[in-house]
Write a protein that binds this ligand. Structure first.
Ligand SMILES: [Zn+2]
Length: 119
């Protein structure tokens, strides 16, 4: 009767928490991988659906920032890590088309601004 008490329903790790960016990932002299900084969405939420509420937007802005900075993004699911650019990851979701469109818009905007500044 009470739809809000669905505690028996399984909660999964929120989709946005699977993503991270390792900044300046490189191989160290001893062969180990090292990086300067790990960027994440900072999410520790669980979700009954793919995303915790509002976290599709959180992931979207994370991928937009990573894409704009030219970072490779890794996605970890059950110990398996896949690495791709932000737009490729974003294509899994309904907002995927917005990532590539926005990146294109940002680039052309930069050109226009550059030309305007030269006047
Ligand atoms: Zn999340």
């Amino acid at each position: 009767m009470d739809a809000s008490t669905t505690a028996t329903e399984q909660e999964n790790q929120c989709e946005c928490s699977r993503y991270s960016v390792l900044v300046n990932l490189r191989k160290a002299a001893n062969g180990d991988l090292e990086w300067d900084e790990e960027l994440t969405t900072g999410c520790a939420a669980t979700a009954r659906k793919l995303f915790a509420q509002g976290h599709d937007a959180k992931l979207k802005s994370f991928l937009i920032r990573a894409g704009a900075a030219g970072h490779e993004v890794q996605r970890n699911e059950g110990g398996m890590t896949s690495v791709a650019d932000a737009a490729t990851h974003a294509n899994r979701y309904s907002f995927g088309h917005m990532i590539s469109r926005r990146n294109r818009a940002r680039r052309s905007q930069g050109c226009r601004k550059g030309r305007a500044a030269g006047v």
